[in-house]
Design a protein around this ligand. Structure first.
Ligand code: G6P
Length: 610
């Protein structure tokens, strides 16, 4: 949420900062700004709207200098206006600061500053940092020291970067709860909230930890911890090529990422299927078979789409491993008194590995002494580093705000996990092998689903006129119905609700009329006949029906206005197939409605505030 890019080196800073912001725009996109150091002058440019608006204004009024900071914002305090955009400036241009996170005591700090005569220009919480810094930065003082003196006064979370004309060539950053990473180049250094902004310049990075402050100059960088003093940084290598995040010929990142899913599932399973033993294996769990067998309960904590993936995991683990599973919203779990016994394994799921609530849930479980594991996509992310062990998704960068391929990778990994836990318990070799074989075929079957896109466009044309849509699914398909509804509301702004099919008659049925379509997720399975009766109930009330079902299912096809086929496959892998038509459906509805698909209003990809 919000993106930060800082640069110091020998090249003009503003083109580098802008290119970095474009790569981070998916994290926040309601306003953007840069501040550069041009000799003794601080140059400030900021604009409400997308990064391209800032780019236009920089063409007219360039910001010169080889050192600077920049920001793309997702508003928390104050609407998206030029004034509220970052950077914020203190002391008449003595210092500029950009900030991710929330300063919880900003109101009290602002009152004190105003009482001492400081005039505020914005409604943001961030501006207090700029004024506090300006006050600490006496003539000729050191920005690095000033930042360290100000930080203890801030309550809340921050990833921040600051520059001052009094310290030419320096970018100072600090982290508490909001990620920051340093990029180590030749004669230049970068600072960013996300490695995506750094990857085009260098693969050598140092992730800042909470409580650390960094000073970058073109030649070197220095990290200090607020309690432990100077730190010897650990330098990591980014393992993904910057090209992976390029759009290529696709109209949108979301479409690109939907179409990548055959590869996503293949990559998530790569090296993890053990055909000879009818099971799956993981490198990074850091738990022995004996320890895993002792587990009596699994708690998953996650947000958004990752929460839906966890729900599929619940059904799968119960089915294959007969282990009780609970799925918690991370933002609830972290503050609840959830009873956990010492044989409970806490698993958090997060594509970004930075979601504030999910990180909070992980820390709460650790604080209580539980083994914690994480399913993450972004290598080196905070959650991946803080968990005791985990499973990487290997899905590559996901840019579209509406998560698609990360969901499929999570479901694939959870299917492997359910298989692994099952084979440590009651699941027989033949039953385990059947799951291995089913997973093995999924990429090829996904290609068949993707080939049905023209039929999905037809369904999208019907849905685009709706004001409200119901998504219904039973058993493993209930979470898929939830995910389908989430996709539609996120990117097309049509109200959509997901329900377990059997629950329909306890309320949602009252909504059914000729204007309110229902999307049934109903591939053939043990409960299929019951679902067909539910479809009949909707038809009897003249509700339009779109149905995702098994190819050749004439009964369902006859009942549906539009039938979206998926290939026949064992039930445990059906969620991986059934979600794809729903992703494409949401995509095409949003496209028909002319929505901004990759950057839906009010949302952000990585939510680093509570
Ligand atoms: C935001 C994103 C969603 C995502 C959720 C959890 O709301 O817009 O797409 O599912 O955060 O993100 P995570 O990175 O923890 O999976």
């Amino acid at each position: 949420m919000c993106g930060i890019v800082g640069y110091t080196g020998s090249h003009e800073a503003s083109p580098i900062l802008l290119a970095g912001l474009r790569r981070l725009e998916y994290r926040g996109y309601d306003s953007a700004g840069v501040a550069t150091l041009d000799g003794p002058r601080l140059v400030l440019r900021k604009k409400a709207g997308r990064v391209r608006m800032l780019e236009e204004s920089l063409k007219e009024e360039p910001a010169a200098g080889v050192c600077g900071i920049s920001h793309t914002r997702w508003a928390t305090h104050g609407p998206a206006t030029d004034r509220n955009a970052h950077p914020h400036v203190g002391g008449d241009g003595a210092v500029a600061v950009v900030h991710n996170g929330v300063i919880e005591n900003h109101a009290a700090l602002r009152r004190d500053l105003e009482a001492s005569g400081v005039a505020f220009l914005s409604q943001t919480d961030t501006e207090v940092i700029a004024h506090l810094l300006a006050r600490e930065l006496g003539d000729g003082d050191d920005l690095f020291d000033a930042v360290q003196r100000v930080l203890p006064r801030l309550e809340g979370t921050y990833g921040l970067a600051a520059v001052s004309p009094r310290c030419p060539g320096q970018v100072v950053g600090a982290r508490l709860g909001s990620p920051l990473v340093v990029g180590l180049g030749e004669g230049e250094h970068l600072l960013a909230s996300d490695p995506a902004a750094i990857a085009p310049h260098t693969a050598r990075v140092a992730f800042l930890q909470d409580g650390e402050v960094v000073r970058l100059t073109p030649r070197d960088f220095e990290i200090r911890h607020r309690e432990r003093g100077s730190i010897t940084p650990r330098v990591d290598r980014l393992d993904w090529s910057p090209d992976l995040a390029e759009l290529g010929d696709h109209a949108h990142y979301m479409l690109k990422e939907i179409r990548e899913q055959p590869d996503t599932v293949r990559d998530a399973c790569r090296g993890r299927l053990r055909r000879g033993e009818g099971t799956a294996a993981f490198g990074g769990l850091n738990m022995t078979a004996r320890q895993l067998r002792r587990v009596r309960r699994v708690v998953f904590a996650a947000c958004g789409t990752s929460w839906h993936a966890a729900l599929v995991g619940e059904y799968l683990i119960e089915r294959l491993a007969n282990l009780p599973v609970e799925v918690e919203y991370a933002g609830e779990f972290r503050y609840r008194n959830a009873p956990l016994d010492d044989r409970t394994l806490v698993f958090v799921l997060s594509q970004s590995g930075e979601t504030a609530d999910t990180l909070g849930a992980l820390r709460e479980a650790k604080r209580r002494g539980h083994p914690t594991l994480a399913v993450c996509n972004v290598v080196g992310s905070t959650i991946a580093r803080e968990a005791d062990g985990g499973i990487y998704l290997h899905a590559g960068p996901e840019v579209g705000v509406a998560s698609t391929k990360a969901f499929s990778a999570q479901v694939a990994v959870l299917t492997l996990l359910a298989l692994h836990l099952g084979r440590l318990r009651q699941l027989s070799f033949p039953d385990g092998l059947a799951v291995v074989e089913a997973l093995d075929r999924v990429p090829e079957l996904l290609n068949q689903v993707l080939a049905t896109e023209p039929r999905i466009v037809e369904a999208a044309e019907r849905l685009a006129k709706a004001r409200s849509v119901l998504y219904l699914g039973r058993d493993l398909h209930y979470p898929i119905a939830l995910e389908g509804a989430l996709k539609l509301k996120e990117i097309s702004y049509i109200h959509a609700e997901g329900y377990p099919t059997a629950e329909m008659k306890h309320g949602p049925l009252a909504l059914i009329d000729p204007e309110t379509p229902s999307v049934f997720v109903a591939p053939r399975g043990a409960l299929h006949a019951k679902t067909l009766s539910n479809v009949e109930e909707v038809r009897a009330r003249l509700g339009p029906v779109i149905a995702v079902g098994t190819e050749g299912d004439a009964d369902l096809a006859r009942l549906a206005d539009v039938f979206l086929p998926i290939p026949d496959a064992p039930e445990v892998v059906q969620p991986l197939l059934a979600v794809v038509p729903l992703q494409l459906l949401a995509y095409h509805v949003a496209r028909i409605k002319g929505c901004d698909i990759d950057k839906p209003r009010n949302l952000a990809k990585s939510v680093t505030v509570e």
